[in-house]
Design a protein around this ligand. Structure first.
Ligand code: 26V
Length: 825
């Protein structure tokens, strides 16, 4: 699985071997005879981490010396996955390590699997942050990621009798060999209490926040190494710790229970990642998490700035760009104002200019239920000074509009930071917008919709602020590491330099799409990956898969708008068709599903149960004779994605148009040569433009058409069902308990809501989807044509490299240099 030449320098191999043995002895306290696999993993990770340190320090020192502008990426989520192979590969020591370990009789492949995924994120937004960190290091951007070191990452999903159950995830049980604990880097974060206003020396009013509760933040640093080891940045994650003196006093005074309860309350802030991507908004603990990590990060970067830049914050925007990953860190607007005005004594107006000049905000969803708002009452109780500041920002903001002769009540209401309709709430999206000089969406369509929907009014007031930065993925992880066979094949025809500039060089693959022998090699490596996946499915789920069948894959969070249900309806329709004509000329197909449902999202959990009910029924039906298999892979995560994506023939990207902001797995699949069946949604639209309509299967209503249908007062699915006897049969089979003989009513509610509301246009798009799937089959039958398209997919998606995305952020938003990969170590 290595990309590097197998002939590596013997001295380097020996040096790495010695380094591992030394870690095993002196950091773990074991000798090779008594070492468990896990001890080996730790020793290897530590030896690998050592290789980053000199570069890390050199990079840090250089950025100080050159006074480079820094990027601060604030994100409540970093969905990292494993780091061992990533780090080795970027350091160029993968093959050296493999041979060094072989000398010690240790199999790197086995050790690799012991590393727990760092699952500090829910899905796309968190994974994007992780891709960006790797990309920024690869491009030599001086960047710091800031987030929370959750003790428990995203829950582990187990499927029992077809139902999802959530188990606690314990990634830190054996410690984390990548991190450095920095107890000396620590800030006290306040909550609650009250604000006292007093006249300052020159008569101005000064505000003093006397908070009631202090929570300590402790820094943990993870070095992130870029491609070719060119630079190493820091991901700094905060852990919450109770302020010990305070609790000790209480303890000594005899209030043992109270002291322990306070301690638990403080430390709960970094206990667990919020495992929902929308449904659990609005809870106090979430706001505490948001403020905690924002306050610690801003204090930290201000301290760094002051020591480096002449003890003034006047020049903050010149040296710091703070990117807010969604509204989760939006309280940064008020916190930065508080720090500048209350703590550092800057006049309000100047502070406001510095704040707006420094902050920028990325929006990742338009779903109304995911747009954060906080009750004014809660804000006043938890962050009283911030609430005052928000009111003041709002007053100045509304004044400035009136000064521009804008008096339209509706506009003023929509542009306000305070929502008055459903109890008074602070709109974090508006706060982030007003407080940032740049706001971006994550695909062309999404950005367009941002302008036209959620931010219409603010956009009309600040027409220059919104721009588009279409998402990207790091090819290092999503091609080189996850699909080394394909990478080797590409390198064999395009040369080693492909690895340094895939964005431009992949294009040179196009002519090979017409080369029969190349196509066969391309198909052969896919077959290899399918064999591997089939073995895994057999081991874990005891289901036999035919590796020659079409592998049709939908892996992502389970959400109604992502329409796993549409895929399931197609699965049932196919099943019924096969049963009706068992001797027909069917294309053998494997439907693969994977994804987690938020614990509180009942309907999503029911969809998982339905997938499993359908899988059991179909897989056990002898008339199907294996022509159709359905697999739900439990506990979908980054590491599983790395296995599944390279084995996919067909990528399902079928969200209701207008609702998926971008999607990023769509890019990963296409890069690995899968063909996409999808709607004109998110980045699919740009993929369509670059790859070409003949090499994708685009179907369904457009975002505009969806909107038009929704506007029709009496919209329901009647017409769609009347027009498709196939759909009608599918719905009635599910509704009548064909897949749930043990509970015939299980799916009545689910099906009825499709019939009566069809909010996500599942019925409306069913026939178009069925037709597109027929095209998939006829294309698959023509293998020459299929593999030609597959090669062209890989060749044409270079633009979706996160390096391209980061360059756009760097040039247009952050105004920082991207020196790029410095080759040669
Ligand atoms: C919202 C909330 C609300 C409170 C509880 C916890 C929580 C966690 C996450 C979110 C926002 C989720 C937004 C999100 O993940 N958007 C995805 O971002 C991807 C990267 O830009 C994009 O590709 C996906 O289309 C988009 O759904």
């Amino acid at each position: 699985m290595s990309l590097e030449p197998t002939a590596v320098d013997a001295a380097e191999v020996a040096a790495f071997r010695d380094a591992v043995l030394s870690k095993l002895a002196y950091a773990i306290g074991k000798d090779p005879e008594h070492a468990f696999d896990h001890d080996w993993f730790e020793a290897i990770a530590l030896a690998t981490r050592d290789r980053m340190i000199d570069r890390w320090m050199a990079h840090t020192e250089k950025s100080y010396r050159e006074k480079r502008k820094r990027v601060y990426y604030l994100s409540l989520e970093f969905l990292i996955g494993r780091l061992l192979i990533d780090s080795m590969s970027n350091l160029g020591i993968l093959e050296i390590a493999r041979q060094a370990l072989a000398d010690l009789d240790v199999d790197l492949e086995r050790i690799r699997r012991l590393e727990p995924d760092a699952a500090l994120g829910n899905g796309g937004l968190g994974r994007l942050a992780a891709c960006f960190m790797e990309s920024m290091a690869s491009l030599g951007v001086v960047a710091h990621g800031y987030g929370i070191r959750y003790e428990h990452g995203l829950f582990r999903q187990v499927i029992l009798d077809g139902w999802q159950h959530e188990q606690t995830e314990n990634w830190l049980d054996f410690g984390n060999p990548w991190e450095f604990e920095r107890p000396e880097v620590s800030y006290l974060i306040g909550f609650g209490g009250s604000v006292v206003a007093r006249a300052g020396e020159t008569g101005e009013t000064k505000h003093f926040w006397h908070w009631a509760e202090g929570v300590r933040s402790i820094a943990y640093d993870i070095p992130i190494v870029g491609w070719r080891g060119s630079s190493v940045n820091t991901l700094r994650l905060w852990r919450a710790r109770a302020e010990s003196d305070f609790h000790l006093e209480r303890f000594n005074a005899g209030d043992h229970i109270g002291a322990v309860a306070d301690e638990a309350r403080a430390e709960s802030i970094s206990r667990v990642l919020y495992p929902a991507d929308s449904t659990e908004a609005g809870q106090e603990l979430r706001l505490r998490q948001e403020y905690f990590f924002v306050a610690a990060s801003l204090q930290d970067l201000i301290r760094r700035h002051l020591t480096q830049h002449d003890d003034t914050l006047d020049n903050l925007p010149a040296y710091a760009a703070i990117q807010l990953n969604d509204t989760h860190p939006a309280i940064a607007v008020a916190e930065l104002m508080r720090l500048l005005v209350d703590i550092h004594g800057m006049p309000w107006e100047r502070a406001w200019e510095r704040t707006v000049g420094t902050l920028s905000y990325t929006n990742h969803t338009l779903l109304p239920e995911a747009l954060e708002t906080w009750p004014v009452g809660l804000m006043e109780r938890l962050l009283p000074r911030h609430m005052q500041i928000i009111y003041l920002i709002n007053a100045y903001h509304l004044d400035s509009l009136r000064a521009r002769d804008i008096h339209d009540a509706e506009l003023l209401r929509a542009a306000s930071l305070i929502e008055e309709d459903h109890g008074r709430r602070v709109r974090m999206g508006n706060l982030a917008f007003i407080g940032s000089h740049s706001i971006n969406g994550v695909s062309a369509l999404h950005t367009d919709l941002m302008r036209k929907t959620v931010f219409t009014y603010l956009h009309s007031l600040y027409p220059q602020r919104i721009s588009n930065k279409t998402n990207g993925i790091t090819f290092r992880r999503w091609l080189y590491q996850s699909n080394p066979e394909l990478t080797r094949l590409l390198v064999s025809v395009l040369g080693e330099k492909l690895l340094d500039s895939p964005e431009t060089m992949l294009r040179e693959l196009e002519p090979y799409a017409n080369d029969n022998s190349f196509r066969q090699r391309f198909a052969a490596q896919r077959r290899h990956n399918k064999d591997v996946l089939a073995r895994l499915v057999k081991e874990r789920l005891n289901i036999d898969l035919d590796p020659t069948a079409l592998f049709d894959v939908q892996i992502k969070r389970i959400h109604e708008y992502k329409r796993q249900l549409l895929n399931l309806l197609h699965t049932v329709a196919l099943y019924q068709a096969i049963r009706a004509d068992p001797g027909g000329n069917w294309v053998p197909r494997v439907k693969i599903f994977g994804g987690k449902a938020a614990a509180s999202y009942q309907r999503a959990k029911l969809i998982i149960k339905l997938a499993n009910d359908i899988a059991r029924t179909i897989n056990d039906d002898p008339t199907v004779r294996g022509l159709l298999k359905v697999v739900f892979i439990p506990n979908y995560n980054v590491s599983q994605a790395e296995r599944i994506i390279p084995a996919a023939d067909l990528s399902e990207q079928i969200s209701t148009a207008g609702l998926e902001a971008s999607g990023t797995s769509n890019m990963k699949f296409a890069l690995n040569g899968a063909l996409t069946i999808g709607t004109m949604d998110g980045a699919n639209v740009e993929m369509h433009g670059l790859i070409g309509g003949e090499h994708m299967f685009i179907f369904g209503l457009t975002a505009q058409q969806v909107e038009a249908r929704k506007r029709a007062e009496d919209y329901n699915a009647d017409a769609s069902i009347a027009a498709s006897s196939r759909l009608k049969e599918v719905l009635s089979a599910i509704r009548n308990g064909v897949f749930s003989p043990d509970d015939q009513e299980r799916y009545t509610g689910l099906v009825d809501s499709l019939i009566w509301h069809d909010t996500f246009m599942v019925c409306a798009d069913f026939e178009a989807y069925w037709q597109a799937q027929l095209e998939v089959e006829s294309r698959w039958r023509d293998q020459t044509s299929w593999w030609r398209s597959a090669v062209l997919n890989t060749a044409r998606v270079g633009w979706f490299s996160a390096d391209r995305t980061i360059r756009e952020y760097a040039n247009e938003i952050w105004k920082v240099a991207t020196p790029g990969v410095v080759i040669g170590r």
